[in-house]
Design a binder for this molecule. Sequence first.
Ligand code: PA5
Length: 403
Amino acid sequence: MKIDTRNVDKFIDSFQLETYKKRKDEIYNLLDHEKMNGWLKPDLSCLDDIFRIRDRVINNSKCLVVVGIGGSFLGSCALYEMFTPYFKKDKFPIIFAGTSLSSTYMKELLEYLETVDFSLNVISKSGTTLETSLTYEAIKKVMEKKYSSLKMKERIIVTTDPIKGTLRKEALEEGYDTFEIPSNIGGRYSLLTAAHLFPLSFCLDIKELIMGYKEGLKRCEEAFSYAVIRRCLFDKGKYVENFVAYENNWYYYLEWLKQLFGESEGKNGRGILPISMIHTRDLHSLGQFVQDGNKIMFETFFKIEQSKECIINGKNFHDINKLVEDSVITAHAAGDVPCIVIESDEVTPKTIGELSSFFFLSAAFSGYLFEINPFNQPGVDVYKKEVKNNYQKYIASSLLIEK
Ligand code: PA5
């Protein structure tokens, strides 16, 4: 992995750059003493259980339904999409549910699940997230019709807080298999916990992912430089960061990045707004705005050297894709859009593991450079509280009507 900032230098004030750089030791120290920094030293004692339960699920089920949202969903979904072939669906299928309250989706999902043998992994650190709780409850109803309570025990896996919460209590009472999301790791930093490693064990080599992740954690210096560059660009009025990939199956990885940076930085009226585009598709829509619109944006491009080969009539698709990427970077940079380029030879669980922990470090450093706590999400908690109050009123009134 290499980071090319050649197209950014002219936008950066060197005095400011040096001022931020001088904060390095202070910021490293803040992260060292942070109580939510468990992701720096992931506890991987769950691996044997992950493989054991995965093998059982593969034997007794045709698919795994993963119920979770936000930090309990995006990491596994991102890597599942990235490492599952576009058309040859030869990997064990995973259905990600619980990411909306669409009644049409729920109805169709439940009807579908009536027709297949499946296992269910519910993932929620708090155990109280509305979408997750309702979806879990609905799917369990389908299971109750199909399976005995003994069989349900073999098919329900609960991933939640190690001690507290309703899910932990239920899993203990019912005897379900459980995994932990450690208390010192927040949802969006939980990629190397069972919340993601268990679903990912069905579709990629998680040991390689772990190896790469550990490599990425050694890239503190580069992660800090990336955070400093972003901070300097913000000072120049570049309030939006556009993450750009040239491969459709990166869609959810970019969504994962948006959560990581959006939730880590966007507080106290501060932060860079993360957005994402998949090229070349989005060049034909938002491309106009990036090139020629309000100059509030900078971009982080992902550039991958190798790809599956497809040459038709002497035209190599990957070469042309790279040619377009280089041309776009040149055009955008000339249009006053600073472009950072992150280059990698290939996309493997190892390189993505490395990239992911690099971004964890950057998001943390970036939060500190904005003088905010990168590990909480008070904004999410505000709306969750409002929803919870209104939901309780709704439940109370529907119970009254039933009576
Ligand atoms: O990053 C976060 O903290 C959030 O996105 C949460 O992961 C999300 O709200 C789901 O929470 P929980 O795992 O408690 O259901």
